[in-house]
Ligand binder design. Sequence first.
Ligand code: KIV
Ligand code: ZN
Length: 526
Amino acid sequence: MKEKIYIFDTTLRDGEQSPGASLTSEQKLEIALQLEKLGVDIIEAGFPIASADDFEGVSIVAKNIKDCEVAALARARKEDIDSAASALKYAKNPRIHTFIATSDIHIKYKLKMTKDEVLETAVNAVKYAGKFTDNIEFSCEDAARSDLDFMCKVIQEVIKSGAKVINIPDTVGYSVPEEFGSLIKNIKNRVPNIDKAIISVHCHNDLGLAVSNSISAIINGARQVECTINGIGERAGNASLEEIVMIIKTKHNYELLENFYTDIKTKEIYPTSRLVSNLTGIVVQPNKAIVGRNAFRHESGIHQDGVIKKRQTYEIIKPEDVGVPSSELVLGKHSGRHALEKRLTELGYKINKKLLDKIFIKFKQLADKKKYIFDEDIVAIVNEELGKKEKQQLELKYFHINSGSGVVPTATIGLLVKIGAKTKIFREVEFGDGPVDAAYKTIDKILCNILDIKSLPQLVDYQLKAISSGKDAQGEVIVRFEYNNEIFSGRGISTDVIEASIKAYISCWNNFLIRKSIDRKVKIQL
Ligand code: KIV
Ligand code: ZN
């Protein structure tokens, strides 16, 4: 019979301890509702005694979440446990998670206690928490560096006092997988009443081993894993939920993991990752497993060819299974003819072999000069080959930005619009949330009046980077917008980042007009 691995999500508690991440109660609730949809078993919503905001966050999550247990953290102190219990008052399935450090270094320098005092404090805390709920989790903080005999004694006594889950954290991410796995095995073998509790693990990523250590712990007897979305958390973060879940799912044929499953609805992984990244402001590294921007992108020609012929040649997970719409073939200097042909078909071109050969040569020449080849670049090559040289129709004539502290950012823009021999300058003014937003709104306002489109494109990406060094570095801005499920991109360069931003947006609109005028979907009325 397969055994369930309980997923204890601590994005809202340990994850929120990531430097720079701080969530309002409403944002915590939004994430909690998504975690509920994702199917986690327990949501650790915060540390109520830590601040009034934390208390409020836990209360609001506790009131609204029905399908998961909601946990609140408390040190092994009465006032912490009172606060946790009170924040969890309206929870359908509350859990109090209390902890004290068991390692010599923490006991001596941080707690300044004796081991006997630690044992007594732990037992008293668990007994006290039992006044509020039967669902008590106890953590031996810094377990991976604790004296095993002492820690086993603490575990035995807190189980006797009512703890139902025993959490073994690698608080400082110091273990390696074999070591951490045997720690779990030893606890299982040495603590006489361990069968009365579930063993949980909570691994930090200081040596990049949080996920590996958690998996080793599962193989050796742990049945609950504490983890966070995108692996965020204190310092180098916690074990990443999406990686643990997908390891268990993907390795279902591997004898050491074949007996385990989780209840996670994996299609919700990517939406949850995006939500957490957007609300915490913590960007996911592009090469992050499962949820990184490049996790399902293939750039080398050999890989692209393989994926086109049979996806599994280079993909072990279906992107759709984790909620990523589909894998992408990124066109660059390593791309082959097959990938280019596929992209051309997706862009609506039916190209014969002879023409494809010519386009491919030009594509390779361009790719040697430019890291990424956008759809517009391909369209330009095709049009050149087809003899349809398209001209840019919009040009920045002038701009003026008024911005600073205490003023509403305002932009005035003069845009030259060309149609054949006819030209006209349009001028508008708009305000926005910042100088770039004001400028983009102004351009939209001008174009709204002269284009026959029903809705405006949505900006989906804005990237600014320095492409040279020094005080007078050139800034490069790349923007992308979406219109009726099609993506258009543009690029602008200037030593003035606002100017680069405006040029990039105008170039995006130009690319839109070039593509749309080819299929005669959009016309400019001068
Ligand atoms: O890392 C840790 O030890 C913790 C405990 C409070 C569980 O976050
Ligand atoms: Zn932690």
